[in-house]
Design a protein around this ligand. Structure first.
Ligand code: A3P
Length: 301
């Protein structure tokens, strides 16, 4: 009788221990919503980005991300993450940031793009603290053209919500002069924003992509980006073909092709020649400062 009871107690203890191990395994395999890093079988895991496309808004950031994504050693975060520029996201911590990243294998490069980073004052310091070794890609475009594209996007969004919006020239000019407080203009003062990034990252960590060149002929820009990112050269001119209907290059790889959606390459809102001349005159000195900073010039207005 005694031995039977002892055996039963031992069996119960063994069962309890087994149940405990099972529960622990189950818990570690279930990611907490929003901020746990996923682990799948094999070496695939979510990693902090090795490269970040920091902007500039309307510079061609989506095209650059999609084109880099053709590279077999690159995994990209599909949605903009807005971690360094939005306080409510930054407060969620680096675990949350990492959980927004795609799964990647060792040796692959994780890339995210959030154009809002470039102009956000707190972003450079936060990025440096979170991902000190990250390489930064900045795609720029004629800042006057960028401003019009920026305005056009806001106009489009407001129209979709049934909201009115003032004409571009009313926002750009105050009593006949360029209004320095116009947000879309401020976003086009590249030298001011880049100076903040260079206070936190060495210049060798920042690569400038020519947005106009990317539109005209993407491959050479992509080859340069591969070099900067220390990726083996895997992209080729065959990855890009000009789509006459879209009016832009589209992407192809492994028998599949893709053009950017209709929010890219919209017809721009009109701006009169006199206002455009004024804008170009206003931007001349900021552009010069930017050229000095990056050690090259661009054929901007
Ligand atoms: P427009 O809509 O003013 O023409 P972002 O992705 O940063 O918002 O940039 C949008 C811009 O990307 C577009 O501005 C477009 O000119 C540019 N772009 C560059 N390459 C492109 C491509 N292959 N297809 C579509 N748009 C492209």
């Amino acid at each position: 009788m005694f031995w039977t009871l002892l055996l039963a107690v031992l069996l119960l203890l063994l069962l309890h221990a087994q149940l405990h191990v099972c529960l622990r395994e189950l818990r570690s395999a279930t990611p907490a919503p929003g901020n746990a890093t996923q682990r799948l079988p094999g070496n695939a895991t979510q990693r902090l980005p090795g490269a970040i496309i920091i902007g500039v808004r309307k510079g061609g950031t989506r095209a650059l991300l999609e084109m880099l994504n053709l590279h077999p050693d690159v995994e990209v975060a599909k949605a903009e993450v807005h971690y360094f520029n939005l306080d409510e996201n930054y407060r969620r911590g680096p675990g949350w940031y990492r959980a927004q990243m795609p799964l990647s294998l060792p040796g692959q490069l994780t890339v995210e793009k959030t154009p809002g980073y470039f102009t956000a004052p707190a972003a450079p310091g936060r990025a440096r603290r979170t991902a000190p070794d990250a390489r930064l890609l900045l795609i720029v475009r004629d800042p006057a053209e960028r401003l019009v594209s920026d305005y056009t996007q806001v106009l489009h969004n407001r129209r979709q919500r049934g909201k009115p919006y003032r004409p571009l020239e009313e926002l750009l000019l105050r009593r006949g002069r360029i209004d320095p407080d116009y947000k879309a203009l401020q976003r086009s003062l590249y030298h001011q924003h880049l100076a903040r990034w260079l206070a936190h990252f060495p210049p060798g960590r920042v690569h400038v992509v020519d947005g106009e060149a990317l539109i005209r002929d993407p491959f050479p820009e992509l080859r340069r980006a591969e070099g900067f990112l220390e990726l083996p050269p895997r992209l080729s001119p065959a990855n890009f073909y000009f789509n006459a209907t879209k009016g832009f290059y589209c992407l192809q790889a492994a028998g599949r092709d893709k053009c950017l959606d209709e929010s890219k390459g919209r017809r721009h809102a009109p701006i009169g020649p006199a206002a455009l001349r004024q804008l170009c005159r206003y931007l001349r000195e900021p552009n010069r400062r930017f050229f000095r900073m990056v050690g090259r010039t661009f054929a901007w207005c």
